[in-house]
Design a protein around this ligand. Structure first.
Ligand SMILES: [Zn+2]
Length: 247
């Protein structure tokens, strides 16, 4: 048994809407959970402005946040991870909050779960969605304020990334760092969970489209992450890096 086999890691994802966490990292979260590691997700908004159902169902606008929250909770259970932390902001209002205050809310949760890794959107939020950019900024603020104690290493901060050629194919205006693939995770063994997880977001059209796209994909399934510039410069020496590259 190697050192990393014995060690238990804590992964914390901090995202804007119910379904962001599944699109960005379901395959990785399931792999971690399957090996007995702890996975937490923070979801900042209820996704109130999303689509109102797929496949003939019609959800009332005022019910959408509740529906999406239940879809998120069901997915966390299905993935074998902890129930989500809901910050209960309203969709597309996250950038109206003071970034410091939103950052303090994220910081509280960081203190609570003491993560080894925090994953959140990078500077472009992948889609340039204002909520994604707002949660990026505030998570960065929280990360910079977090001090885990003298005998503990700082957690790593990472962003879901998309290789440059794929970003170009989908016309994504990513920041440079979000094209880095510092960590490449082979999720072929958990892709079924990711596709089912996306399908479980029955209220959301784009989740259904992404699920179809993944099911039709013939290339190997990967999730890639970029290490934030704010992470410690010796990030390569962290045991979780080896671990993530080996799962
Ligand atoms: Zn989103």
């Amino acid at each position: 048994m190697t050192e990393t086999d014995k060690q238990k890691f804590v992964w914390l994802g901090v995202y804007g809407h119910p379904d962001d966490e599944t699109s960005a990292s379901a395959g990785t979260m399931v792999k971690l959970a399957n090996k007995g590691h702890q996975v937490y997700v923070v979801t900042a908004t209820g996704g109130e402005l999303g689509t109102l159902g797929t496949d003939g169902t019609k959800i009332r606008r005022e019910d959408l946040a509740k529906v999406r929250e239940s879809e998120l909770k069901a997915n966390m259970e299905y993935f074998g991870v902890n129930p989500p932390f809901m910050l209960r902001y309203v969709d597309q209002e996250l950038d109206k909050e003071d970034p410091e205050i939103l950052g303090l809310k994220v910081l509280d949760i960081i203190h609570m779960v003491e993560p080894d890794v925090i994953s959140t959107f990078g500077p472009s939020g992948i889609s340039n969605h204002p909520d994604h950019i707002a949660i990026h900024k505030s998570t960065l603020i929280a990360y910079d304020k977090y001090f885990s104690g003298p005998d503990q290493r700082r957690p790593l901060l990472l962003y879901p990334s998309i290789p440059a050629d794929i970003a170009e194919m989908y016309n994504l205006e990513l920041s440079e760092i979000e094209k880095n693939t510092d960590i490449i995770i082979d999720i072929n063994d958990t892709i079924g969970h990711k596709i089912e997880g996306l399908k479980n977001y029955r209220s959301q059209e784009d989740a259904q489209e992404f699920a179809t796209h993944l099911s039709e994909r013939s290339e190997p399934h990967l999730e890639t992450f970029a290490i934030s510039e704010s992470s410690p410069s010796d990030w390569e020496t962290y045991p979780i890096i080896n671990f993530l590259r080996s799962i």
